[in-house]
Design a protein. Structure first.
Length: 464
């Protein structure tokens, strides 16, 4: 399961102002090629924005146009969906359709994907709210830490204190401000303080199933408050660690989780995206016996979720009518038409992704915002090593990746990771011990590293 929680729209573009062309341009910064798939998801996202501007009675009937992406592994299906969700700050869940079994028998039931999506949305909204009150939480944590470092003298009646006590209070106030300055400068980080922390050594109820409590509508934490989370214990820790703990504690106090749950549920219903991978693995119809029955059963279980139903979660009921479903599969053996007709009808948009060429591999290595070569340069820069790749080295690695994909299993762009790891193995291992800090990778170096492995087909199956 893969999730993305943070939004990412560059150049101050607002979501409701993004045109399909601009959405594709944003996706181009991270994914090479696959124009048809980008175009399809851009239109799907824009239609969501358009729907929100319709009268409520009409908006209710406008259903999302779900998409099936057809293509082998490693050519960008997941990345396009993931980047789309990140672009729109939408709750996003990737789940393999083959993990489900009919009515949850010896496997997960299909409603669990909605519950997982709600949990992701809760965390997304909670982080947003925590960011809004971050300054206040830090101030409160700072005051609590200063109280530990220098307990404050408190008078019950300010009119009853004498001059000497007043002078002590003033002196302590000055000392407190000096400590505050030292704390902010990090000069007190190594000092040890004792704080109260939640005791996590009480029994837990992990044996209760993921959906059991939700279906029984029972909250055990409310029934037995003494067992869950109210016990504390003293613990000694460094000031910098205590500061982090207290900030997190203050954030949990300041964030209204009831409001978070309401916003999160609405966001799931209006903006949720579920990426159903390996949809081809459950394609199969009217099987008389064996696994075909299970595959068709899973499809029939997924159908009501896709077409629109209500799922019970511990945060409340969730309607799935307007969640966008993006399904994907290689479809080497099965075909989209092998899905049951009702499910086919719920995925009206079909896009076929193109196999990657040598030129695509070269672009993947160099063009995206956080391209592979940029990542490796940054990693080695932390060791003080200046890593440089010549254009002919990029050509050589792209050709090797393409050739290995041809003679062994085609895993698309993921082959570049294994190629690069093998090419940079010696430099990565030696790291900061290298005396020569300027390292140039050229075609000769790539060929010397990979030639023998690629020539030996059996060896390449295991190493590359």
């Amino acid at each position: 399961m893969v999730i993305y929680l943070s939004g990412e729209i560059e150049e101050d573009l607002k979501l409701d102002e993004l045109t399909p062309r601009q959405i594709v341009a944003e996706l181009d910064k991270h994914v090479v090629g696959q124009a048809a798939a980008k175009r399809a998801v851009a239109v799907a996202l824009r239609n969501r924005i358009r729907r929100q501007k319709l009268p409520p009675d009409m908006a209710l009937d406008v259903m999302p146009k779900n998409i099936i992406m057809i293509g082998s592994t490693g050519i960008g299906k997941t990345e396009i969906a993931r980047r789309l969700a990140r672009l729109s700050s939408s709750p996003f869940l990737k789940v393999e359709a083959s993990k489900f079994t009919e009515v949850g028998y010896v496997g997960r039931d299909v409603e669990s994907m909605i519950r997982d999506l709600v949990e992701i949305s809760i965390e997304l909204v909670r982080e947003e709210k925590a960011e809004e009150i971050a300054d206040k939480a830090e101030q409160n944590a700072e005051e609590r830490l200063l109280d530990l470092l220098l307990p404050t003298m408190r008078a019950t009646n300010i009119d009853q204190i004498d001059d000497s006590e007043a002078a002590m209070v003033e002196a302590q106030s000055r000392t407190r401000e000096k400590l505050r300055q030292q704390l902010r400068e990090g000069r007190l980080d190594a000092r040890i303080v004792e704080i109260e922390v939640r005791d996590k050594s009480f029994p837990s109820f992990e044996i209760i199933s993921n959906q059991g409590i939700e279906e029984m509508d029972i909250n055990i934490k409310e029934m037995m408050p003494g067992v869950f989370g109210n016990r504390t214990k003293k613990r000694k820790m460094r000031v910098d660690e205590a500061m982090e703990y207290l900030i997190a504690e203050e954030e949990s106090k300041l964030v209204d989780m009831d409001a978070v749950a309401r916003i999160a549920l609405d966001r799931v219903e209006s903006h949720g995206i579920i990426f159903l991978d390996e949809i081809d693995k459950i394609a199969g119809r009217e099987g008389a016996h064996g696994p075909d029955v299970s595959r068709e059963g899973v499809q029939r279980d997924i159908l009501p979720i896709v077409e629109g139903t209500t799922v019970n979660t511990k945060y409340g009921m969730v309607r799935t009518d307007h969640i966008l479903f993006i399904a994907a599969g290689a479809f080497h053996v099965a075909k989209p038409s092998d899905l049951i007709p009702e499910l086919q009808g719920r995925f009206p948009i079909r896009v076929e992704l193109q196999p990657l060429t040598i030129e695509d591999f070269k672009r993947i290595l160099t063009e995206p915002k956080n391209a592979l070569l940029k990542q490796y340069r940054a990693l080695m820069d932390t060791e003080g090593i200046n890593l440089d790749f010549t254009p002919d080295a990029v050509d050589a690695m792209a050709q090797f990746a393409f050739r290995v994909n041809e003679i062994t299993e085609d895993i698309g762009a993921r082959r570049l990771h294994t190629i690069l790891e093998k090419v940079l193995d010696e430099i990565s291992f030696q790291g900061s011990d290298l005396t020569e800090k300027n390292q140039t990778i050229d075609a000769k170096y790539v060929n010397e590293t990979l030639n023998e492995i690629v020539k030996n087909e059996d060896l390449s199956r295991y190493i590359l």
